[in-house]
Ligand binder design. Structure first.
Ligand SMILES: *Cc1c(COP(=O)(O)O)cnc(C)c1O
Length: 407
């Protein structure tokens, strides 16, 4: 059997659908973000401005974080040396988990290798422990949550994105005696819109459901202490389980959940993806702790990121460019065609030294292909001006607006 032949056929299918992904190898330079060196396939390299990073606050190059990581390496070495249960729990884990529980005003917290693992491990475990619950999931939930919900036996209903009426209709029809979970996100990363958390939590109370909220794109960035949208809207005590990452606004990597002592202890005790893997290393833990604590008090980065996003939206609006008008810092700009989206981002990179990754199916529905723009705290007004000027010209040259409206 020719195994490589099989793999190549599969890859060819992907290419034909226009879904084959290529990497853009970057060399991030400390102090230069959002600029980085881009290494092209032909071996050449040049400086580009990144417009699609999740390092929203530039914490990946924040001195406080870097110093904490360097010190942790000097003090504690490279790896943790084991799984959490077998010699891998550091005092830093305990400190970080206490800091996270405090961030969300919850009894306890638990860290994971990534936000993906946190969602997958927590949801699958909670579903298993609740013994055949009914799960209600927002239509645009992230792959990690979907994977977690699929891995356990449960009845699952998908409610239309952010549609509280649809969710209530589904809840009404469900057996009142069965356990229920409502899984949703706060800031939706591909739409840039924000969930009606208060209304969803009110329904959860009424129908006796557990709420699981992914705040991955909001932690660090929203709320007086960076606790996310739930903190900003004073709803921390309404949500049962909050999930987050160190990989986005906190500038590192790793995931976590916060909640009651009981649910955290249960996930700790039963989640395979938590138990059977080497724990996060000291440098990452120290960096994450420094980043979380720093953003509990520092407002400068948040203020800059939000004012930059606002300025970007105003400029796009002024140029009649079709961005999705959500209330978050994420600004999706619709192109509406996979090939055109790729062509425009190729030109941005080739001629204007601007790096934006095209977002295509299956990440977003066909016909809604887009560029997902993130103006971080590190972008300057000149960067934003240049970006929008170039986009306005490209949209005209490629007649993207008529493509979008089908006229
Ligand atoms: C990125 C992302 C995750 C996964 O977090 P990682 O720490 O990158 O693994 C989970 N949920 C959502 C909504 C995300 O966008």
């Amino acid at each position: 059997m020719d195994y490589n032949q099989i793999f190549n056929t599969r890859l060819e299918d992907l290419r034909e659908e226009g879904r084959y992904r290529t990497f853009a190898p970057l060399e991030r330079l400390c102090g230069d973000f959002p600029k980085a060196i881009y290494h092209a396939p032909d071996g050449s390299s040049k400086t580009v401005t990144i417009w699609c990073s999740n390092d929203y606050l530039g914490m990946g190059q924040n001195k406080v974080v870097l110093n904490a990581m360097k010190k942790a390496i000097d003090d504690h070495g490279a790896g943790a040396g084991g799984t959490r249960n077998i010699s891998g729990t550091q005092k830093l884990h305990v400190d970080l988990e206490n800091s996270l529980a405090n961030l969300h005003q919850k009894e306890a917290a638990l860290t994971f290798s990534s936000g993906y693992v946190a969602n997958e491990g927590s949801l699958s475990t909670i579903i298993k422990l609740l013994d055949n619950p009914i799960v209600f999931s927002d239509a645009l939930n992230h792959a990690s949550m979907i994977h977690g919900m699929k891995s356990g036996p449960c009845e699952k209903y998908i409610f239309r994105h952010n549609d509280v009426t649809h969710l209530e209709n589904l809840l009404k029809q469900a057996d009142p005696k069965r356990a229920k979970i409502i899984a949703f996100e706060s800031v939706y990363s591909m739409e840039g819109d924000i969930a009606p958390i208060k209304e969803i939590c009110a329904l959860a109370k009424e129908y006796n459901a557990l709420t699981y909220l992914d705040e991955v794109h909001a932690v660090g960035l929203y709320g007086a202490h960076g606790g996310g949208i739930a903190e900003q809207r004073d709803l921390l005590n309404q949500v049962d389980i909050i999930e987050g990452t160190f990989g986005k606004a906190y500038g590192l990597m790793g995931g976590f959940i916060t909640g009651s002592k009981s649910v955290i202890d249960a996930v700790r005790s039963f989640a395979s993806g938590f138990i059977f893997t080497t724990s996060l290393p000291p440098a990452l833990l120290a960096g994450a702790l420094a980043s979380v604590e720093y953003l509990k008090t520092s407002e400068i980065e948040r203020a800059r990121a939000h004012s930059n996003a606002k300025y970007l939206k105003q400029k796009l609006e002024g140029n009649n460019l079709p961005y999705l008008k959500g209330n978050s810092h994420i600004v999706p700009l619709i192109v509406g065609d996979a090939k055109c989206c790729k062509a425009v981002t190729d030109i941005l990179l080739r001629d204007h030294n601007i790096y934006v990754q095209p977002i295509n199916y299956p990440t977003v529905p066909k016909g809604t292909e887009r560029m997902r723009l993130t103006a971080t705290a590190a972008h300057r007004i000149e960067d934003i001006d240049k970006m929008v000027d170039v986009l306005a010209t490209l949209y005209q040259e490629h007649d993207i607006l008529s493509l979008k409206t089908g006229s």
